[in-house]
Ligand binder design. Structure first.
Ligand code: GAR
Length: 194
């Protein structure tokens, strides 16, 4: 059983799906805390499941590094084996990433290296792509540049809006994230550095 801290910024549908899966005693990961950079709506899922939450807002700090150091202290307080960025929309500076190297993964709604950044679904639609997808990757100091663990394709339909396509992508994300964490827990990933 591995312990996981999840960081979110938004609605937390990936978080909710993980909380539901980890209710199953056979699922090999337990969410020990959920953190955010703001009062994200998704924190309510953690509260419902009686999982500790913490919020560390960058506005309260003079520099990004000071913010990240406090965020890191909150994460490390829970001594996680793995930290999952599930819709965490702030770029984390090098001091945070280096401290969690090999233990920090992110889920992103595109087939990286295509459509990096905060608007991947919109960018794929605007580019006229016929397919996009989901990537789970280790986090490095760049933005969506870390080593790719797994990807899954999602077709773009002619009448897709950003909202419709993103919902379809999220359904794939929920399964891919859960199975990746499962593989990490069972040490089935070659790049694992836990
Ligand atoms: C997810 O689609 C996730 O891949 C994306 O934010 C969404 C969060 O949804 N992350 C990024 O775009 C990171 N660059 P959720 O809050 O419902 O889980």
């Amino acid at each position: 059983m591995i312990s996981v801290v999840v960081l979110i910024s938004g609605s937390g549908s990936n978080l909710l799906s993980l909380l539901q899966k980890s209710e199953n005693p056979l699922y090999p990961a337990k969410i020990v805390a959920v953190g955010s950079d703001k009062n994200a709506p998704g924190l309510e899922h953690a509260e419902l499941y009686e999982v500790d939450t913490f919020v560390v807002s960058p506005e309260r700090f003079a520099t990004k590094e000071l913010w990240a150091a406090t965020l890191l202290a909150n994460v490390q307080h829970h001594q996680p084996d793995l930290v999952v960025l599930a819709g965490f929309m702030k770029v984390l500076p090098a001091n945070f990433v280096a401290a969690l190297k090999g233990k920090l993964i992110n889920i992103h709604p595109s087939l990286l290296p295509e459509f990096k950044g905060a608007h991947a679904v919109r960018d794929a639609l605007r580019a006229g792509a016929t397919k996009t997808g989901v990537t789970v990757h280790y986090v490095d100091e760049g933005v969506d540049t870390g080593e790719i663990i797994v990807q899954s394709e999602v077709a773009i339909e002619p009448n897709d809006t950003e909202a419709v396509l993103h919902e379809r992508i999220k359904k794939v994300e929920h399964e891919l994230l859960a199975s990746t964490i499962e593989q990490i827990a069972y040490k089935q990933l070659p790049a694992l550095k836990l």
